[in-house]
Design a protein around this ligand. Sequence first.
Ligand code: SAM
Length: 334
Amino acid sequence: MFQHKKTIAEGDLVLAYIGRDNLKPIFVKSGDVLQTKYGNFPHTDMIGKPFGSQVTSAKNVGFIYLLLPTPELWTVSLPHRTQIVYTPDSSYIVQRMNVVGGSRVIEAGTGSGSFTHAFSRTVGPSGRVFSYEFHEQRYLQAKEEFESHKLENVTLTHRDVCNEGFDIDTEIRAQMVFLDLPSPWEAIPHLSRVIAKDQTVGICCFSPCIEQVVKAVEALQECGWTAIEMTEVQAKKWEARKEMVRELDDAIERLRDVKRRQKEGAELKKLPPKRDADGNEKDRGYNPFGKGRRIAEGDESFQWQNVSKTGPELKTHTSYLLFARLVPVLGAEV
Ligand code: SAM
């Protein structure tokens, strides 16, 4: 799994935070240069810096942050080879299936390896993730990635699990199963040979269509799985802040100000900002409701009310999460 480190060294994977939606994974190599729209960043300047540092570009025109990779950050920066599972879903699945340090997990298919990274960190060095991918190119890319990220607790197998099942040379004894496949109902009957026989096993099937869910439910029931439940995660941001109370008079005053400023032209704006003795930018005296002045939220010279509202939905891949449990039969051979 990603190792925790304090300082950046030659060969380390660093996630360059270029902007809110722009994280770029780089392997630090002396002599290489990261080129961005904010300037060029020589890798040599990164070596020896603590993870989390801000570095400025060669010509001091911009800056980026150098972040330590985590499964969450990897999910938003990885090269997409398929649809992926995002953190709002993976975190819910991990806690709901009670995946913990030492757990043994089956995952199919591997896809872009987004969820594999989260599983790998959660199960830790004493656990194991058995991941399967039937697309050769994706399998090879995932293999290379897992090796370079040191996901040593992941066993990756190139296999069509729907036709060939999950058996490998090692004893699997999986306690949790995660299926992100177009036809999970074809893989479910193969599970009985590779799951733990002495404890309750959990499964989650991740499917975008309700028809897939229905077929998976039938397969689960036929194979003896119980406590079948379906969930959908619709993560949203919840915003709680102060909003300025604006009266009709304020709106009229704002319109007047717009007119006034149109008349005066935008000359004031072209001038360099006025500064006080400490170098802080001074208010030019624009209308507070116009664009000319920034008002800190809660500024006591204005009236405020508390508001709360939902933000846009977070980036996630909308799918139905189908959960079930297989309880061991008492007296059955273990
Ligand atoms: N969960 C992954 C992630 O977070 O990156 C994404 C999985 S992607 C949506 C589904 C993957 O399953 C694809 O890469 C596909 O090639 C693979 N797949 C589909 N059918 C399969 C099968 N029968 N056996 C193994 N892999 C399969």
